[in-house]
Design a protein around this ligand. Structure first.
Ligand code: NAD
Length: 350
């Protein structure tokens, strides 16, 4: 199929071209190669024209697949939106359905990578490795101010115990931590591990480390707000590798200033689409909230890289092409996502 690939970086092209060139003759699931045309810009109302005549567009987390963009795509022949990511909060699924556009995604590509990155943030913040590295490079070998704590016997509260949350629980269990969990559905594997499900207020009150692994939905928007911060243990470490808007950043800044939040490690940020994935090192950043965050010594920010492992990019490429092949050949695609008919809300139909 002819596919317009938006938001292309060199690494996307490398892994997509490699997967597209693999000969899978004899496999009914795959019929490659597809005809890929790579575009650097993000997909939005202004760039949708680039996809004229392409039956499929392939997009990532910051492409704006809203109703006007979908209308422009549909009017020029696009029938398939292929997400090369898991989250789909940037797609208007109802508009896609109304226009007869199928939407598919990659539901899981690096749960280990994301969980391991969360652990990286925890270890770095706790032992202040980012600060120690800078000191040693400058010939400052003082360890004053670098005091950490043992993870052993500490309590980790995991919000969202799906694929990534469970793996984080497994890893932290290995450190000798106690695991508390909150989810709208219980994961028996987490309980087998010794994790205990509690309500959110109890998780907030008892956890030394809180790590967020639920999707961004209307229910989870600003899950960590001023009210939640009142309930948390003083000096808590807060980790967010899921979606930026799970956190009310302004409220968290107040929590950091008062010392109620002792550490913050984030790979995602509510307004990240203005910043992340671009080299802005020569620019004046206009986002004052983000800039304030970067001033705290106990805040560690990475630019949405938790997923970014070789295994993940390989898996994304493979699943993306399998999804396209399913749709192209009229098979039901297990990774299709649709709007819930009665509410228009975003749900996965398996
Ligand atoms: P998953 O679907 O396997 O698990 C999500 C869990 O959240 C499920 O168990 C679900 O029941 C739970 N949940 C849903 N609503 C909830 C609520 N209101 N309160 C508490 N729990 C709720 O997803 P996953 O693969 O583990 O991914 C988790 C999140 O990680 C994704 O939603 C995505 O936003 C994020 N993610 C980030 C990166 C990155 O690079 N930073 C990469 C992949 C995924």
């Amino acid at each position: 199929m002819k596919v317009a690939v938006f938001s292309t970086k060199a690494y996307d092209r490398q892994f997509l071209e490699a997967a597209n060139s693999v000969s899978t003759e004899g496999s009914s699931a795959h019929q490659y190669p597809h005809e890929l045309v790579f575009f650097e810009p993000r997909l939005n109302r202004d760039t949708a024209i680039l996809a004229a005549g392409f039956p499929a567009v392939c997009v990532f987390v910051h492409d704006q697949v809203d109703a006007p963009t979908l209308e422009l795509l549909a009017s020029r022949g696009t029938r398939l939106v292929v997400l090369r990511c898991a989250g789909f909060n940037n797609v208007d699924l109802q508009a896609a359905a109304d226009l007869g556009i199928t939407v598919v995604r990659v539901p899981a590509y690096s749960p280990y990578g994301v969980a391991e990155h969360a652990v990286g943030l925890i270890l770095c913040l706790n032992r202040k490795i980012h600060r120690a590295h800078n000191r040693v490079r400058e010939g400052n070998f003082s360890i004053d101010g670098l005091l950490g704590f043992n993870l052993h016997e500490r309590t980790v509260g995991i919000v969202g115990t799906g694929k990534i949350g469970l793996i984080l629980g497994q890893i932290m269990k290995g450190f000798g931590c106690h695991i508390l969990a909150y989810d709208v559905y219980r994961n028996p594997e987490l309980e087998t591990l010794g994790g205990k499900y509690v309500e959110l207020p109890e998780l907030f009150a008892k956890s030394d480390i809180i790590s967020l692994h639920c999707p961004l939905t209307p229910e989870t928007h600003h899950l960590i707000n001023a009210e939640a911060i009142k309930q948390i243990k003083s000096g808590v470490m807060l980790i967010n590798t899921s979606r930026g808007a799970l956190i009310d950043t302004q409220a968290v800044i107040e929590g950091l200033k008062s010392g109620k939040i002792g550490y913050l490690g984030v790979d995602v940020y509510e307004q990240e689409s203005e910043l992340f994935f671009e080299d802005l090192s020569g620019e004046i950043i206009q986002d004052d909230i983000f800039q304030r965050l970067t001033t705290f010594p106990n805040v560690l920010i990475t630019g949405h890289q938790a997923f970014f492992t070789a295994e993940a990019l390989h898996n994304i490429a493979e699943t993306t092409f399998a999804n396209i092949a399913d749709v192209e050949q009229g098979r039901s695609c297990p990774n299709e996502i649709r709007a819930q008919p009665e509410t228009g809300a975003k749900v996965l139909v398996r």
